[in-house]
Write a protein that binds this ligand. Structure first.
Ligand code: KIV
Ligand code: ZN
Length: 498
């Protein structure tokens, strides 16, 4: 069977998820897990977009061995030079250059004629080829572009050195049959198409990005671009776990295989949810909590007689833990905790492990059973400099509907106490924190979730904070949701480096 390459863009298009921002440590940790998952290419970022992204692509290039690391660039020398610099230490570097090809983008965004667009694309692919051998070209908004224009530009960029040709459905507009026809048309009519791998990249605006990507595979595409948990710009991208499990479960239909180690899927999905703060819907295909639960009596009866009556995939194959996540408890020691972290893709220095071990022990004092979800949420609160630490609080609701909080925060060895009023206890606590650090931090987004469905579940507070031009998302975890919210905010203050 032929191989389909999995091009993971969680760190680039996935990071374009509204309100997700990944720092260098986040990206390195995710990249190491993606390598274990068996993806062929990691798109690590868009180096010209910020110094942080440049540093992250550089760090990812140094952290992985066996996987291609790709950096995105528009069709200009500055972008391409920055991408090449960031990839300098990558064992297998790839530069991904893109330009829009649809009439609407050419006219309104680029203000370019088709001739100018081809000329620019060819010139920049040839330039990138002088820096790195592995060059990918994307025709942004390809699904709304003129087919013959795509054929023309693809033929010329392949001549100029592109070895992967990506045909994105940038705005999630295509329908599966249409997208099949498009891929079939460009592969058949581009004279030198045998010199390149054709690739699909689909967005989920109408909820069919996975179906579209797989139609492209049916038509001959041999690279699929996707993100873990389907995160990404607007409604997101085709989800890696769906693509991988469809190609595995229905290999008899697609006649292709991938290098994905499916047993690493669940762990990767949890890790990315913990780091990005993007929760996984219970009914999310493949990795959602409900995927392997059976509610109806008829179904339960069938499953007990033979799993295959109502299950097309085996949860073991996706790496879902058998015992519903009861892994560590009060008596688990540092060794077990350390092994657990490693097993779940959290690579950390000794000092950080120790920090999380203390938090884990605090948790086992409050909660008899600690689940995988508890621990991944706990560790999702990545290392930061703890200038400020939560100490304690008391609160009361006032008759006028407001609440008053007395908050005690440690700053080094100093205990700072502040009283503040707000619309509810959490708002009051956040006001107290702003007054302690004397900053106008804004809350852009705030969410509280129970980490498991038991009544003694930990509450996870996720908060997106803004200070000046900086946005930071953090989380806090506790049985007490007000404390979890305060901890998330305090962590944000520390991450801002206040
Ligand atoms: O959606 C898109 O077109 C993209 C390109 C940069 C490949 O993300
Ligand atoms: Zn995209």
């Amino acid at each position: 069977m032929e191989k389909v390459k999995i091009f993971d863009t969680t760190l680039r298009d996935g990071e374009q998820t509204p309100r997700v921002s990944l720092n260098m440590n986040d990206k390195v940790m995710i990249a190491k897990q993606l390598e274990k998952l068996g993806v062929d290419i990691i798109e690590a970022g868009f180096p010209i977009s910020s110094d942080g992204d440049y540093e992250a692509v550089k760090a990812v290039s140094e952290a992985v061995e066996n996987v291609t690391v790709c950096a995105l660039a528009r069709c200009n020398k500055k972008d391409i030079d920055r991408a090449a610099e960031a990839l300098i230490n990558a064992k297998h570097p790839r530069i991904h250059v893109f330009i829009a090809t649809s009439d609407i983008h050419l006219k309104y965004k680029l203000k370019m004629s088709k001739e100018q667009c081809v000329e620019k694309a060819v010139e920049m692919v040839a330039y990138a080829k002088t820096l790195v051998d592995d060059i990918q070209f994307s025709a942004e908004d390809a699904s709304r572009s003129d087919k013959d224009f795509l054929v023309e530009i693809f033929e010329k960029v392949i001549e100029a050195g592109a070895t992967t040709i990506n045909v994105p459905d940038t705005v999630g507009y295509a329908q599966p049959n249409e997208y099949y026809d498009l891929l079939n048309y460009v592969i058949t009519n581009t004279k030198n198409s045998d010199k390149a791998t054709f690739s699909v990249h689909c967005h989920d605006d109408l909820g069919i990005s996975t179906a579209n990507a797989l139609s492209g595979v049916k038509a001959g595409a041999r690279q699929v671009e996707c993100t873990v948990n389907g995160i990404g710009e607007r409604a997101g991208n085709s989800s890696l776990e769906e693509i991988a499990m469809i190609l595995d479960t229905r290999s008899n239909y697609y006649n292709v295989t991938t290098n994905i180690v499916t047993t690493e899927i669940y762990k990767t999905s949890k890790l990315i949810s913990a780091i990005t703060g993007v929760s996984i819907a219970k009914n999310k295909s493949v990795v959602g909590e409900n995927c392997f639960l059976h509610e109806s009596g008829i179904h339960q009866d069938g499953i007990l007689k033979n799993r295959e009556t109502y299950e097309i995939m085996n949860p073991d194959k996706v790496g879902i833990p058998k015992n519903n996540g009861l892994v560590l408890g009060k008596h688990s020691g540092r060794h077990a905790f350390n092994a657990f972290l490693k097993q779940h893709g959290f690579e950390m220095e000794e000092e950080e492990i120790q920090k999380y071990f203390i938090k884990f022990k605090e948790l086992t004092d409050k909660k008899k059973y600690v689940t995988i979800d508890d621990i991944t949420s706990l560790v999702g609160e990545l290392p930061y400099n703890e200038n400020y630490k939560f100490h304690s609080y008391t609160s009361s609701n006032n008759d006028d509907g407001t609440a008053t909080v007395y908050l005690n925060i440690l700053h080094g060895n100093d205990l700072i106490t502040k009283r503040a009023i707000g619309n509810g206890q959490i708002d009051a606590a956040f006001n107290a924190l702003n007054s302690i650090v004397d900053k106008e931090i804004e809350v852009l987004d705030f969410e509280i979730n129970a980490v498991s469905s038991l009544s003694n579940a930990l509450g996870e507070a996720k908060v997106l904070l803004k200070l000046g031009d900086n946005e930071i998302s953090t989380s806090g975890l506790d049985l007490d949701i007000i404390k979890a919210s305060i901890q998330a905010y305090v962590q944000g203050i520390n991450k801002f480096g206040i």
